[in-house]
Design a protein around this ligand. Structure first.
Ligand code: ATP
Ligand code: MG
Length: 434
C-alpha cells in the first residue's frame, strides 16, 4: 500500500468528514504531526490533530460549537465521535523561557507550519489544499518538505531546520528526541545529537513534571535503552538527575529495557523499569528525591519504595538468608500481592543481576503462587481478633508478627491452615516471643 493509501485507509470517518467541511468553507485542512507519523510507522495514532489556514475566529464562525482549547488558539471541534483539535497554521515567536513561545503568528501555508515542528518525522501532513476539490479522503495530498518519511524508513531522528536553534528555542525537545528515538527505534542523527549536547544545560529550566512525563514515556516505549543511553551520552541526564548520572554504568539502559520486555513473562512493566533505573542508587532518600524532582505521583513513589524493599528481600533470599516461604510472606506484607515475590526475582533475572540461588527461589515462589499458598494475613483461617482473644493479649503490633510466623509455618507445610492448628501455633509463637 502506498503511504497515501495507508493514510486514506487509516483516517477515521469523522476526521475525513471534518476535513471535508473545512474544505467546503474554503479552508485548507491537513492531518499533521503524530497521526501521520504513526500511520506511516504502522501504528494506530492516539489522536488526529488537524491544521488549517482558517483563523480561530473563522473556525468559530464556521463551527458554532467549536471551543478554544488554549491560549495559542487551538480550537476543539466536536464531530459527534470526538472533539478534534484544529490548529491554525503558525510560526512560533521568540521564547523567553526556553520552552514556550511568547506568542504565535498565524500564517497561510502548511509549509511554514511544518517548519516550526521539532523533528522531520513529526513534520509531515496529509490533506487538502484549499484550492483542490472533492473528497479529502479520496484526494489526500501528502506534504513532507523535510524528508520525514525517508528518515522514518531509515530510522533516523533529525531536527527540522537548524538543529542548534531548535533545541535552544525549546529545551523539552532534547527529551522528546530521546522519547521518539525509543518509541520508533531511531538513531539520533549526528548534527541533531551534537545540538542536544550543546543544549543539555537548558533542560535545568524545564519543569520537573515535564521531565518526569518524558522519562515515563521513554520507559513505556519498546526500546527505552535507546533514549536512556542518549540522555546519558548527550549530557542531559547529568542535568536532570546528577546523582543517577554519577552512578551510571554502560549496561544500565539494557538492564532497564530487559524488564517487562516482550519475551519476559511479565507484561510491559513501566514501574519495574523505573525501579530498575534507580537500582544504582542504594540510598532510598536519594532515589526518592529524584522522583520528587520529576514530580511523580504519590502512588508511583510508594510503589517504587515497595519494589526497592522487595528487591532487597530478594537479594537476601538469593544468598540463602531467608527461604522462599519467608521471602514471599515478607514481600506480600510489603506490597499486598504474594505474586510480587516471583515478579521481583523475574525482574532481577531479566536484568541479569540475580544471584545464583535465584532460579530455585523463583521456582519455590511460583509453586506457592500456583497452589495459592497463603501469604497474606487475610488468607489465614483465623483473623487478628481471634488470635488476640485466644492469646489473651491486647491487640497490637505483635499480631502482625504472629500472623507472619503462622504464614511461614503454613507455607513450609509445618501446620495446616485450620483454626485449631493456627491458634495452637499462635500461642507457642507468642510465648516464645515474650
Ligand atoms: P504523541 O503520540 O506522544 O502524542 P505527537 O507527535 O502527537 O506524539 P504531541 O506532543 O501530541 O506529539 O505533538 C503533536 C505535534 O506537534 C508533534 O508531532 C509535533 O509536530 C508538534 N510538536 C509538539 N511538541 C512540540 C515541540 N515541543 N516542539 C516542536 N514541535 C512540537
Ligand atoms: Mg499527540
Amino acid at each position: 500500500m502506498s503511504h497515501e493509501a495507508a493514510l486514506r485507509a487509516a483516517a477515521p470517518a469523522d476526521v475525513a468528514r471534518l476535513m471535508g467541511r473545512l474544505h467546503s468553507h474554503g479552508f485548507a485542512a491537513y492531518v499533521v504531526g503524530g497521526a501521520v507519523r504513526d500511520v506511516l510507522a504502522g501504528r494506530a495514532p492516539a489522536d488526529w490533530d488537524l491544521a488549517t489556514n482558517a483563523t480561530p475566529d473563522q473556525l468559530r464562525a464556521a463551527f458554532p460549537d467549536a471551543e478554544y482549547e488554549n491560549r495559542f488558539g487551538t480550537v476543539g471541534i466536536p464531530t459527534g465521535v470526538a472533539v478534534r483539535e484544529v490548529t491554525t497554521f503558525r510560526t512560533d515567536g521568540p521564547s523567553s523561557d526556553a520552552r514556550r513561545p511568547d506568542a504565535v503568528n498565524f500564517i497561510s501555508s502548511i509549509h511554514g507550519d511544518l517548519a516550526r515542528r521539532d523533528f522531520t518525522v513529526n513534520a509531515m501532513a496529509f490533506g487538502l489544499a484549499g484550492d483542490e476539490g472533492g473528497d479529502p479522503v479520496i484526494n489526500g495530498a501528502f506534504v513532507d518538505p523535510h524528508g520525514g518519511r525517508e528518515d522514518l524508513d531509515a530510522r533516523v531522528l533529525r531536527a527540522v531546520g537548524n538543529a542548534a536553534e531548535r533545541f535552544k528555542e525549546d529545551a523539552l525537545r532534547t527529551l522528546r528526541a530521546a522519547r521518539f528515538a525509543s518509541r520508533f527505534q531511531l538513531t539520533i542523527e549526528p548534527v541533531t545529537a551534537a545540538a542536544i549536547r550543546d543544549a543539555a544545560g537548558l533542560t535545568s529550566a524545564l519543569s520537573g513534571e515535564r521531565i518526569g512525563a518524558e522519562i515515563e514515556g521513554i520507559l513505556a516505549s519498546a526500546h527505552p535503552e535507546i533514549g536512556l543511553a542518549a540522555l546519558h551520552d548527550l549530557g542531559v541526564m547529568r542535568v536532570i538527575a546528577p546523582a543517577l548520572n554519577e552512578r551510571w554504568s554502560e549496561g544500565l539502559p539494557q538492564r532497564v529495557a530487559a524488564i517487562g520486555a516482550p519475551e519476559s513473562s511479565d507484561a510491559p512493566d513501566p514501574l519495574g523499569r523505573l525501579a530498575e533505573l534507580l537500582v544504582p542508587i542504594s540510598d532510598d532518600e536519594v532515589a526518592e528525591q529524584i522522583l520528587t524532582n520529576w514530580r511523580r505521583p504519590r502512588a508511583t513513589m510508594s510503589a517504587i519504595a515497595q519494589v526497592r524493599a522487595a528487591d532487597r528481600a530478594a537479594a537476601e533470599a538469593e544468598r540463602g538468608a531467608i527461604d522462599h516461604v519467608e521471602y514471599r510472606v515478607h514481600v506480600a506484607a510489603l506490597t499486598g500481592d504474594p505474586r510480587d515475590a516471583a515478579r521481583q526475582i523475574r525482574r532481577r533475572l531479566a536484568a541479569e543481576r540475580a544471584a545464583p540461588g535465584a532460579s530455585t527461589l523463583l521456582a519455590g515462589c511460583e509453586r506457592a503462587d500456583a497452589q495459592n499458598t497463603p501469604a497474606l494475613p487475610a488468607e489465614l483461617a483465623v483473623d487478628g481478633a481471634e488470635l488476640a482473644r485466644e492469646i489473651g493479649a491486647t491487640p497490637g503490633a505483635w499480631i502482625k508478627e504472629v500472623q507472619a510466623s503462622l504464614l511461614i509455618s503454613v507455607g513450609r507445610g509445618e501446620i495446616l491452615n485450620q483454626p485449631a492448628a493456627l491458634l495452637a501455633a499462635a500461642e507457642r509463637a507468642h510465648a516464645s516471643n515474650e
